[in-house]
Design a protein. Structure first.
Length: 387
């Protein structure tokens, strides 16, 4: 039997089901819905594949060990015995530790992480007379401890940094939507590239860029030229370069300039009232390698002209937490609703709302409300059928 890795995908709140479906499509087995996460089992090839292609996770954590933990001493001893540290953490490799949860005498995440660090460097000194350095920015090994239910679970982060950072977005607006949340929101719309997609307040273009990249099979773990990002798993002692190379080549084969059936990608159109922000969106689309498939222009949402045919509008308008306030925003939502009803009959509007009072100004009734969190703000991904 092939050995299976027990893995946790940390995902945006509200997107657990969508993330589980995506992971299964990529080969994950036995998906388990958790709070802000999805647990699953996979072989080494699938583990590499989800790092290259999954769009929704923040992090992918491989469980290394699990042991009973009811005290500080049990945590210290359990960490030292957990795995073969001689292979996983030689003293020339740096590391960091993050901790969540609690146990008796272990109620502070910083203290729990410190206890793990002490256990590791003490073990190293006894074995080699030397110890690893702690690197909070780019460690060779990024460890995650979770305490709960009398157990400690120790995992290692396959990327070493958040997977939402695709690398195409040095230029951002004032309140950027994280790339993985944008990808999840697009997935929830069901858009597949066969009908027009438009964002009349596109900001730095994240929703449209993620949509185009998804429709054109552009793997999240590859840059615009097809080169992989620097993933921590490639420095692990059990890294299998042959399996990795197969998955890397397969991810590159998925890259295309049309839809899977050969048809052209339908119109993907965005506008924004801020001309400087539109320039940012164009730069981001260039960096993502999807600029030829996006039409981006400067203009107010009330003047937006949708592409011909019926399609999907997506929108993440300001809701007063970070940008805008008061009557100006109410007028903005009113203009958006008026434009949609006047020019987008037969379309579907999906709008990310963090302020139900403002969405009332649309003068439209939502047919679906999906709870999500955007940067800690409780939001709803609202669906409207435009008549």
């Amino acid at each position: 039997m092939r050995p299976l890795l027990h893995t946790i995908a940390v995902v945006p709140p509200g997107l657990e089901e969508a993330a589980a479906a995506e992971l299964v499509e990529l080969g994950a087995e036995q998906p388990r819905l958790l709070r802000r996460a999805v647990g699953f089992d996979c072989d080494k090839a699938t583990f590499y594949r989800v790092h290259l292609r999954a769009r929704l996770p923040f992090r992918l954590l491989r469980e290394l060990a699990s042991f009973p933990c009811h005290s500080r001493d049990e945590l210290y001893d359990g960490i030292q015995r957990a795995i073969d540290w001689e292979h996983w953490l030689p003293p020339e490799h740096s590391f960091r530790v993050d901790a969540t949860g609690s146990a008796p005498g272990l109620n502070h995440s910083h203290y729990c992480a410190l206890q793990v660090k002490n256990a590791l460097v003490d073990w190293q000194r006894s074995r080699w007379g030397a110890r690893s350095s702690v690197d909070l920015e780019q460690p060779d090994l990024s460890l995650h401890l979770h305490l709960g239910g009398g157990m400690a679970s120790l995992s290692v982060d396959g990327a070493g940094a958040s997977l939402h950072r695709r690398g195409y977005r040095p230029a951002m607006g004032l309140a950027p939507l994280k790339e993985n949340l944008a990808a999840g929101l697009i997935r929830l719309t069901g858009w597949d590239g066969t009908v027009p997609l438009a964002d009349p307040m596109c900001g730095s273009g994240t929703l449209l860029i993620e949509a185009a990249a998804m429709a054109l099979g552009r793997a999240t773990g590859l840059d615009a030229s097809g080169q992989p990002r620097d993933l921590a798993l490639r420095r692990w002692h059990d890294f299998e370069s042959g399996v990795w190379q197969q998955e890397l080549e397969a991810a590159n084969r998925e890259r295309r300039d049309a839809l899977p059936d050969g048809r052209s990608l339908n119109a993907v159109v965005g506008s924004d009232a801020d001309s400087a922000v539109i320039e940012q969106a164009r730069a981001n689309a260039d960096a993502a390698g999807v600029r030829p498939w996006l039409t981006l222009h400067n203009g107010h949402c009330r003047d937006f002209e949708p592409p011909p045919g019926q399609g999907i509008l997506v929108c993440n308008p300001p809701y007063g937490e970070r940008i805008g306030s008061g009557d100006d925003l109410e007028q903005l939502y009113g203009d958006l609703g008026a434009m949609a009803k006047e020019r987008c009959s037969g379309w579907t509007l999906w709008l990310l709302s963090g302020n139900p009072e403002l969405t009332g100004a649309l003068r439209m009734k939502a047919s679906r409300r999906i709870p999500v969190s955007n940067g800690g703000i409780d939001c709803r991904w609202l669906r409207y059928e435009i008549r």
